[in-house]
Write a protein that binds this ligand. Structure first.
Ligand SMILES: [Zn+2]
Length: 309
C-alpha cells in the first residue's frame, strides 16, 4: 500500500503551449522525476487513507511501471507539476489489460463511486477525469469522420490527425446544465428511474446545438417537470468524465409551482422545504429520502440552498 503522505496532491500546469513540441515531451518523459497515473477503463489506481475516507491519484515512477510490465510509450501528457516542473503523464489501459495488472495496480477503484462517496480530492479527480476523457475520445476517433481513413494521435494525446486527408480533431466536452429549481422557500427535486431507491436530485440535461446555457435550463425544466423558469444564475461547474461532460450548475427561479412530470425521464418530482432537504443531506429523513453525496455538483447545489437560511 502506498504511503498516506501521497494523499497530498499538487496542482498540474498543463503547458498547453508546449504540447506540440515533441522534443520537450520526450525530455520530460525520459527524466528521472517523471510520474504516471494509471486508469483502466472506468477505474483508477489510487492511494487511500487507512479508514478509506480519503483517496488521491497514485503516481508511479517509470521504474515501477516497468516492473509491472506496463508500457508508457503511448502515455498522455497531462502537464508538469506546478512546483517541481516534473513531467506528469497518464497511462490509459483497457478493461482487460487493467484486469491483467490488477494485483500490481491495487487498489484499482471505479472513478464514479470515488466521486459519489466523496472520498477523492478535487485535484486528483480533475487529473483522473482529464486522463479518462482523453482516452475515451481516442477510443472513439480511431478513424477519420471525413474520409474514413485511420487516424494517429499527436501532441501528447491532445490532437488526432487523419493519415490520409490530414483533417484534425480535438478532444470534445459535452456541456450539461444541472439546475436547482426554486420557488419561494421550496426547491424541486426529482427521482429518476435509474437512481437508487429514495434518492432525489436536481434536474439536468444536455445543452443542444445553438442553445445558450439559460435557454437550455429553461427548456429542460419545462420538458421534465412542466415548470416555466424566470431568472437563471450560474452556480459553478464540474468536469464529469462519464463519459465526457462538463456539468454547468445553475439556480433557476420557477414562475409557477404546478409540477407536471415527463414520465419517460422522471418517475416522481415534488417541492421540498429547507428543513426537509437538510434532513436528506444529513441522512436523517423520516422516510429515508436522500440526495447525491460527496463532491457531485448536485450535492453542492442542494446544500448551498438548504443552508442559506
Ligand atoms: Zn481523413
Amino acid at each position: 500500500m502506498p504511503p498516506v503522505s501521497d494523499l497530498v496532491q499538487h496542482a498540474i500546469d498543463r503547458r498547453t503551449e508546449r504540447r506540440g513540441d515533441r522534443a520537450y515531451l520526450l525530455e520530460l518523459h525520459g527524466a528521472e522525476d517523471v510520474k504516471f497515473l494509471v486508469i483502466g477503463g472506468a477505474r483508477a489506481a489510487i492511494v487511500s487513507s487507512e479508514d478509506r475516507r480519503r483517496a488521491a491519484v497514485r503516481w508511479f515512477s517509470a521504474a515501477e511501471l516497468a516492473a509491472l510490465n506496463i508500457s508508457t510509450a503511448n502515455a498522455l501528457f497531462l502537464g508538469v507539476e506546478a512546483k517541481s516542473r516534473a513531467g506528469r503523464f497518464a497511462v490509459a489501459l483497457g478493461d482487460s489489460e487493467a484486469d491483467a495488472h490488477a494485483e500490481g495496480l491495487a487498489p484499482l477503484v471505479d472513478l464514479r463511486s470515488l466521486v459519489m462517496q466523496g472520498v477523492i480530492g478535487q485535484e486528483s479527480f480533475g487529473q483522473l477525469a482529464e486522463a479518462k476523457m482523453l482516452s475515451e475520445w481516442h477510443a472513439s476517433a480511431k478513424y477519420c469522420g471525413r474520409c474514413g481513413a485511420e487516424t494517429k494521435i499527436k501532441d501528447g494525446g491532445w490532437k488526432i490527425i487523419c493519415t490520409a486527408c490530414t483533417a484534425e480533431q480535438f478532444p470534445r466536452v459535452d456541456p450539461v446544465v444541472i439546475m436547482l429549481v426554486t420557488h419561494g422557500e421550496n426547491c424541486a427535486l426529482a427521482h429518476e428511474p435509474r437512481f437508487p431507491e429514495k434518492m432525489y436530485s436536481t434536474l439536468a440535461g444536455f445543452v443542444e446545438p445553438g442553445e445558450d446555457v439559460r435557454t437550455a435550463v429553461r427548456r429542460e425544466t419545462r420538458e421534465e417537470i412542466g415548470i416555466q423558469i424566470g431568472k437563471v444564475e450560474f452556480f459553478g461547474s464540474q468536469p464529469w468524465p462519464f463519459p465526457n461532460s462538463l456539468m454547468i450548475g445553475c439556480v433557476a427561479e420557477a414562475l409557477d409551482d404546478t409540477i407536471t412530470i415527463d414520465q419517460n425521464e422522471i418517475s416522481h418530482a415534488r417541492w421540498f422545504g429547507r428543513s426537509e432537504v437538510r434532513d436528506m443531506l444529513s441522512q436523517k429523513h423520516a422516510h429515508g429520502l436522500f440526495v447525491p453525496g460527496g463532491h457531485a455538483i448536485a450535492h453542492a447545489l442542494i446544500r448551498q440552498w438548504a443552508e442559506a437560511k
